[in-house]
Design a protein around this ligand. Structure first.
Ligand SMILES: *Cc1c(COP(=O)(O)O)cnc(C)c1O
Length: 353
């Protein structure tokens, strides 16, 4: 592929001299450290964390079979999204293209950075409208966001379609794989060597069950990762998060058990929901949530809130009219939900018929 990253980079970033921290300048290991104005007491938390995040990157790299220098780690994948805007998009001039409906942070980060988002509706069956996506791009388009599996529509997109876009567009294709562990499709990480304009976002917030520690990642070419590392805050991932993640990643079995349980529960829930008369559609899901179209979404939502069960009302989102987004919980939580919906049907639906 004939792709020049340099022309996509904002000039101020191309010319940036990154901050050099004490820990960047001396990396010799065991020593008497009097270089960073740290407190000598209260080890190990008295020390600044490794700005290069070497140990954690090594671990993630081995797990995902990707070199450490193709990994960016951040405070959630949200940090990676924001950095991509700041590196590539000139405020007031550049734009990004995104599928719609999709994850809300692409728009929020764009607004904060004064970047236009050109939204391209999915087809009514939630498939990609690749022709319109291509048409929406112009010479100021720097990023194209494709979330797969997509939030909130819950489906994923064929790799072939995404790669075809990558091949034909001279911009970065950002594939958000927050839900990839629940998907039947494999990750696009496998394609990074062939597609220098591909950026894959992943996170420990969903399948790994550690949204609270805030660790997300971008996987991309060494050039893109180098840029992200030079623009990030030097100590963007703290020591507690790194230590926790290194331990958590040792237990891949528990993650797989959680995913299995969630997928089983999802399939059960899908069947149950389809039996309610007020449920018009349960969309096929490739993630850990279901998008469910009901006759009176606000009424169902409020009823569930009165029973202290909170789902996400997506009924105002384009193409998701009438729909609620329901995360799959534990067996007990899911039963509480289906029982409440049974009661709703008895009290609100049958009495009106
Ligand atoms: C939940 C989610 C994320 C996760 O973001 P983190 O900042 O890593 O917690 C990213 N993308 C999508 C589409 C999500 O739904």
């Amino acid at each position: 592929m004939n792709f020049d990253l340099n022309i996509l980079i904002r000039p101020n970033i191309r010319n940036l001299t990154p901050y050099s921290s004490a820990r960047d300048e001396y990396t010799g290991g065991e020593a008497i450290y009097l270089d960073a104005n740290e407190n000598p007491f209260n080890a190990p938390q008295n020390r600044y964390p490794d700005p290069l995040q070497c140990d954690l990157k090594k671990k993630i790299g081995a797990m995902k079979e990707i070199p450490a220098d193709q990994i960016f780690l951040g405070n959630g994948s949200d940090e990676a999204i924001d950095l991509l805007y700041r590196i590539f998009c000139e405020p007031g001039t550049d734009n990004v293209v995104s599928i719609s409906p999709s994850y809300g942070m692409y728009q929020v980060c764009a607004d904060i950075n004064d970047i236009e988002v050109r939204k391209v509706l999915l087809n009514p069956d939630f498939s990609l409208d690749t022709a319109s996506l291509k048409q929406a791009c112009n010479k100021h388009t720097k990023l194209l966001f494709i979330c797969s599996p997509n939030n909130p529509t819950s489906n994923s997109f064929p790799k072939k379609q995404i790669l075809e876009l990558a091949e034909n567009l001279n911009l970065l294709i950002v594939v958000d794989e927050a839900y990839i562990d629940f998907s039947e499709r494999s990750s696009l990480i496998e394609e990074l060597q062939k597609y220098p304009n591909l950026v894959v976002l992943q996170t420990l917030s969903k399948a790994w069950g550690i949204a609270g520690i805030r660790l997300g990642m971008a996987l991309a070419s060494t050039e893109i990762i180098k840029l992200m590392s030079s623009v990030k805050y030097p100590y963007n991932v703290n020591r507690l998060t790194m230590d926790y993640a290194i331990n958590a990643l040792d237990n891949q079995t528990i993650k797989e058990e959680w995913v299995d349980s969630i997928l089983k529960e999802r399939n059960k829930m899908e069947k149950k929901l389809k039996m309610y008369r007020f449920v018009q559609k349960v969309y096929p899901s490739d993630a850990n949530f279901l998008l469910v179209k009901v006759k009176k979404p606000k009424e169902v939502y409020d009823y569930l809130v009165s029973r202290k069960i909170i789902v996400r009302d997506r009924s105002d989102v384009p193409l998701c009219e009438g729909s609620l987004r329901i995360t799959i919980g534990t067996k007990e939580e899911n039963s509480a939900l289906t029982n409440a919906l049974m009661q709703y049907q008895r009290d609100f639906v049958e009495s009106c018929e």
